[in-house]
Design a protein around this ligand. Sequence first.
Ligand SMILES: Nc1nc2c(c(=O)[nH]1)N[C@H]1C(S)=C(S)[C@@H](COP(=O)(O)OP(=O)(O)OC[C@H]3O[C@@H](n4cnc5c(=O)[nH]c(N)nc54)[C@H](O)[C@@H]3O)O[C@H]1N2
Ligand SMILES: Nc1nc2c(c(=O)[nH]1)N[C@H]1C(S)=C(S)[C@@H](COP(=O)(O)OP(=O)(O)OC[C@H]3O[C@@H](n4cnc5c(=O)[nH]c(N)nc54)[C@H](O)[C@@H]3O)O[C@H]1N2
Ligand SMILES: [Mo]
Length: 754
Amino acid sequence: MQKDKDVAGVRPYDKPAGGWGALRATAKAIAEQMHTVDASRILLRTNQPDGFDCPGCAWPDKKHSSTFQFCENGAKAVTWEATKKRVPPEFFAKHSVSELLSWTDHALEDAGRVTHPMRYNPATDHYEPVEWETAFAEIGAQLRALPDPDMAEFYTSGRASNEAAFLLQIFAREYGTNNFPDCSNMCHEATSVGLAESLGFGKGTVPLEGFEHCDLIISIGHNPGTNHPRMMGTLHEVSRRGVPIIVLNPLRERALERFADPQNPVEMATLGATPIASSYLQLKVGGDAMALKGIMKALLALEDKRGGVLDHAFIAAQTIGFEALAADLRATSWEAIEAASGLSRATLAGVAEAYARANATIVTYGMGVTQHRHGTGNVQQITNLLLMRGNFGKPGAGICPLRGHSNVQGNRTVGITEKPSAELLRGIEQTFGFTPPAGHGHDAVAAMQAILDGRSRALICTGGNLAVALSDPEACAAAMRKLELGVHLTTKLNRSHLLVGRHSYIFPVLGRTESDVQASGEQAVTVEDSMSMVHASRGKLPPASPHLRSEPAVIAGIAKATLPASRLDWDWYVADYDRIRDAIEKVFPAFASYNERIRKPGGFQLPMPPNEFVWNTPAGKAMFRVYQPEATAPAPDVLTLTTLRSHNQYNTTIYDYDDRYRGVFGRRDVVFMNAEDLAARGLKHGSLVDVETAFGSLEPRRLKGFTAIAYNIPRGSIGAYYPEANCLVPLDYIDHQSGTPGYKSVPVRISKAA
Ligand SMILES: Nc1nc2c(c(=O)[nH]1)N[C@H]1C(S)=C(S)[C@@H](COP(=O)(O)OP(=O)(O)OC[C@H]3O[C@@H](n4cnc5c(=O)[nH]c(N)nc54)[C@H](O)[C@@H]3O)O[C@H]1N2
Ligand SMILES: Nc1nc2c(c(=O)[nH]1)N[C@H]1C(S)=C(S)[C@@H](COP(=O)(O)OP(=O)(O)OC[C@H]3O[C@@H](n4cnc5c(=O)[nH]c(N)nc54)[C@H](O)[C@@H]3O)O[C@H]1N2
Ligand SMILES: [Mo]
């Protein structure tokens, strides 16, 4: 790496991930957000059997019954929710919406917890307090006045509990629409679509115990040291067991290189660390599908050479399509594979060798796989690879997508989907006695497009920051301002709330950490983790303000005011969440004895049919799927941009401006580039640059005046932070199979800043 010039805020960080650096960062988050005594009490309750589920990520916990598992970024998620800072009505009286729009995303959320329901007053340009019941009545009247229920959009971000998400989807369907844009549409939709086609099951197939039995892990496109920190405990154990871990990632993420477990007194005392990756393969951004094809092609060659490599019995009994896949692999040239992946034939053959030796392999993956123009294709190549050696239905094998938000998977399971199955529709009709709409609704991109061109006029958001999380913030802002009605259930203030339409409301809700008391007493909610375990979560802190309501209560309030003749007694459900769970169980038989089973510590496991060799595909078998890359090669000066999370952000929530493992401090306005790519453009480490999109004939989009830094990333690939770089992604730049935005493969050109 080039180090000839000092660049402000950029210096290498040579320590392992975790360790004392993580403890120091936690202490800082606590000092800035909470009273120390409250912090220790609340952090010790995280993921305990009678405590609340960590809102940080969806990685499971050992039965929710182990001792406190230290996690820096979990602690940040908790302390930022349980902050002592408040945003009361006086705050809104002091700051107009126009003024707040000039604040940074960091400053908006750092202001603290919203304390009262608020309504926007266009005459004063301020949010003003409003009574809950008044607001519900107004919203109900506006929703009823829409000419068509399909003109309303119901967004969920994956922190919502199963109970809240279920009530929301029942309300929206009784109202008459399947418009359910949700955060999964920007995240693991390629998984939901790709795995459903390949395996007949759109989720992961590995339970946590699987990691005790695997003898190879292939980790593709995820950064667990930052985004799933509790997974580091698992990877640390697996590595110490001597199991090889092969990483495919364009960036050398520190936690995948080496990790010091804060739970391990020896590592902490000796400043030691455990290596994580046994091989670290820095492929090109967007090169995954072709790298996987290379590994599979090499596997076929091994089978030809020595036999016994493929699981022929499994392929014959459980799958369809192997011949077509094999023919395509044989027809794909090594030149094409090497050019697209940036990895050599020898390297990929080495992975195939290791894979052929392993009896049980787990592939873990994240956004580096899904957020591409061919995200679904990527997911399906992973599945092909696993199917070739029968890595389903045996201990220590399977596919392990790392989910995003802590309950994003649960939201889907309880019916948040714009494409309802016949089974779901039947379940709803039988349980509630109304006929839900059957036509497909809008996903996140389609919803924003519909709002932009006036086909949709109302947006109800259960959490999230849709206008900032989606591509093309300019188009999103214009769309939000066209809304007749915008309603935001939230804990904190963010930019989406400030992009006001004709009628806009901010509703403050209870977070995970807070106790939720309804008519029948204290309530628990339930969530599902990445491994299909469902368990209870019970907040303990007193609510941030006495005016807060729970998400189920707010959804019920809006529903009751909107649907005077509703088939549901909304207050009755909210009085006791057991009743909501009984209804979930009626609609979804997999939740049998729901209330009984969540009362056991650790909860219960939903079925994973592929592990029983049950494939819910049209053919009743697992499907090999052929992937063909796009034929057009990009111009030689075009680079592929990937957008990244720093170590100190939670999606659009920016905790602070350091990204310590990548050696960037106090700033986010940087572009990570290969030194040779810099030199080829006459640029240096520290040069100010403009990034410009290269979508053929489309008008380029620009990100101006960012600082290029020389970084260990393959030639042809560059990185920048999300959400700063979202202005470079057109709204319709999506994976056509799943609708997932191509946030991680944007063609761009770089030049010296104008
Ligand atoms: N602290 C914290 N925790 C979080 C979140 C957070 O923002 N902060 N977000 C939550 C959510 S919603 C999600 S979805 C998850 C996200 O968790 P991850 O899936 O880890 O998400 P990212 O950080 O976007 O990107 C992951 C990795 O993909 C790599 N990558 C980029 N492009 C490519 C590519 O083309 N190929 C390959 N193979 N790799 C590539 C990047 O180098 C990076 O290491 O985390 C969840 N947990
Ligand atoms: N360029 C680029 N864009 C991306 C991504 C990327 O990698 N690159 N990643 C995408 C991914 S994976 C995702 S999941 C989306 C994220 O999209 P979203 O889920 O919409 O965004 P978040 O930033 O997670 O939402 C944060 C807000 O949720 C609210 N909130 C927090 N806790 C609660 C709660 O308990 N209840 C309620 N009601 N509200 C709460 C707070 O107001 C906070 O401001 O972004 C996507 N956008
Ligand atoms: Mo996500």
